[in-house]
Design a binder for this molecule. Structure first.
Ligand SMILES: *Cc1c(COP(=O)(O)O)cnc(C)c1O
Length: 396
């Protein structure tokens, strides 16, 4: 195949043409500052509030509860660190999970160094958090529970409704990193009792560098950036108007066809899983088979290195990701795969393929063939596999 096959939509997505088109006039035509008095500024202001309204509606929030940020990482940092500071006099205990994104985990570590106590809840072998353990971890001084909506590596969807209910019953704030879930599965902050929700534009076919934090009315939080009066004085700085407009357009598109797109992705996902399981021996599907994001596929292949697999896939113009969150620079296996109980050597041989509704079965057939061929080649070079294969024949 000569064209690129992009199967890394959990890392980022291609900007939707609708989003790009909506943004363009805000660079050169309507470039006014939303805070300015004249009509050019008012155009920008109108566009920002239009996007805010669309986004608020998508999660059943009020527009005044949506705060634009520079993306998911910023929203996570803000949500956790700033509520910890605002509620620190009530208690210094925070509950999170072992499989959170680093934007959450590293913020928790930062707080730990500043006198907060963090409990990291375990997950089961499919990556679903243990609710009993969560309930037991709640203390009188617990101020915040932060559990992600869906995991970025293995796609597992968490029991958000139950967590929200538990948090509410105990009067504890509930933050969820919704970056992977937003725009892919329905989210209702009222029904789910979510107090804070992080989302990012570039994970749902919007532009990069724009996201939002939903902050429920009445939640105390320190301002993230001090300065002007933008974002109700909580996040100062001239708005990223084109980014916000593009984000709004992407959200509009994502929610208009959400169920249909999700169904297309689920079918492609299940086809890809079935094909890999049928054609490649000694593989393991990571994450829950059913309770997972529509576009997520994650496998471990024994006796291979995920990094080598990725490089060889790249030579076939296939974009994928390995099990390690920081593919570049770090050789540590993913904390998520270790948390679901994979031994180091198996976690190292992992491959994440994340689909878009635009992928085709034809592309997936090509990818399965490529992965199968490469895995076989890599195994032939592995002394471990040689030993394993020898033992297998001896037993026969
Ligand atoms: C991508 C991602 C983030 C970070 O979002 P950015 O917009 O890239 O900062 C945070 N959490 C999860 C679960 C993600 O997948």
């Amino acid at each position: 195949m000569d064209r690129l096959i992009y199967l890394d939509n959990a890392a980022t997505t291609k900007c939707a043409p609708e989003a790009l088109e909506a943004m363009l006039p805000y660079f050169t035509e309507y470039y006014g500052n939303p805070s300015s008095i004249y009509s050019l500024g008012a155009e920008s202001k109108k566009a920002v509030s239009g996007a805010r309204k669309i986004i608020a509606g998508s999660i059943h929030a009020d527009p005044a509860e949506i705060y634009f940020t520079a993306g998911g990482s910023e929203s996570d940092n803000w949500a956790i660190a700033a509520t910890a500071e605002a509620y620190g006099d009530r208690g210094k205990h925070i509950i999170t999970s072992k499989i959170e994104h680093h934007a959450v985990l590293h913020t928790c570590e930062y707080l730990q160094k500043r006198g907060f106590q963090i409990t990291y809840i375990d997950v089961d072998e499919n990556g679903i958090i243990k609710l009993e353990e969560l309930e037991k971890a709640i203390r009188p001084d617990t101020i915040l529970i932060s559990i992600m909506f869906a995991n970025n590596e293995i796609g597992t969807l968490q029991p958000i409704a139950q967590i929200g209910k538990l948090a509410k019953e105990h009067g504890i704030l509930f933050h969820t990193d919704g970056v992977q879930a937003y725009g892919h599965v329905p989210i209702d902050v009222e029904e789910l009792h979510i107090d804070l929700l992080s989302a990012s534009g570039h994970k749902l076919y919007g532009p990069k560098g724009i996201g939002f934090l939903y902050i429920r009315k009445g939640v105390k939080i320190r301002s993230f950036i001090h300065g002007g009066a933008q974002e109700r004085k909580r996040r100062a700085g001239t708005e990223n108007v084109p980014g916000i407009v593009g984000f709004g357009a992407a959200v509009k598109k994502a929610f208009a066809g959400l169920e249909e797109r999700a169904e297309t992705e689920r079918q492609l996902r299940d086809y890809l899983i079935a094909e890999i399981e049928a054609k490649i021996p000694h593989c393991r599907l990571n994450g829950d088979r059913k309770r997972r994001l529509p576009g997520n596929v994650n496998f471990s292949f024994r006796f291979i290195e995920g990094e080598s697999l990725l490089i060889m896939l790249d030579m076939k113009k296939i974009c994928a990701s390995s099990g390690s969150a920081c593919t570049s620079g770090s050789l540590d296996p993913s904390h998520v795969l270790l948390a679901i109980g994979l031994p180091h050597e198996i976690a190292h041989g992992s491959l994440r393929l994340t689909l878009s509704y635009e992928n085709t079965k034809e592309e997936l057939d090509y990818v399965v063939e490529a992965v199968s061929e490469i895995v076989e080649k890599l195994r032939k070079m592995s002394p471990l596999y040689e030993d394993f294969a020898k033992k297998g024949t001896e037993q026969e």
